[in-house]
Design a protein around this ligand. Structure first.
Ligand SMILES: [Zn+2]
Length: 119
């Protein structure tokens, strides 16, 4: 039996996102809205993932893991619909895909965000 005493990574915050789609949010790497579409039609929509959050604090904590490109949407009238959006431009969509991979177990942490950014 393994007696490995690996120091667990900070377990992080609950984070379950859906498929990558388009939302109005900037890129979490470079902060831009750049997409190929913009050449034809001005658009603020970027590749994006959305994760519902149960607690106001969770939304704030997750958003703070990002320097840019993450937005917490919270309506006090509709607390059940609170959500965090994270975006990526055309150049950095692979970084967003990496973040989805890294959070597949339903957790997000600053370490994982950094791994997605620099990995
Ligand atoms: Zn970008």
């Amino acid at each position: 039996m393994s007696v490995e005493t690996k120091v667990e990574e900070n377990v992080g915050e609950p984070f379950v996102c859906g498929e990558i789609h388009l939302e109005t949010v900037t890129c979490f790497i470079c902060g831009s809205y750049n997409r190929d579409d913009n050449r034809r039609r001005f658009s603020y929509k970027s590749h994006s993932i959305v994760a519902p959050v149960d607690l106001f604090l969770t939304g704030r904590v997750i958003t703070k893991m990002f320097n840019c490109g993450a937005r917490f949407e919270h309506n006090p009238q509709k607390p059940k619909q609170a959500r965090v959006l994270i975006g990526a431009c055309d150049r950095h969509i692979h970084k967003l895909e990496r973040l989805v991979e890294l959070t597949k177990d339903g957790k997000i942490s600053k370490d994982r965000v950094e791994s997605a950014r620099f990995g």
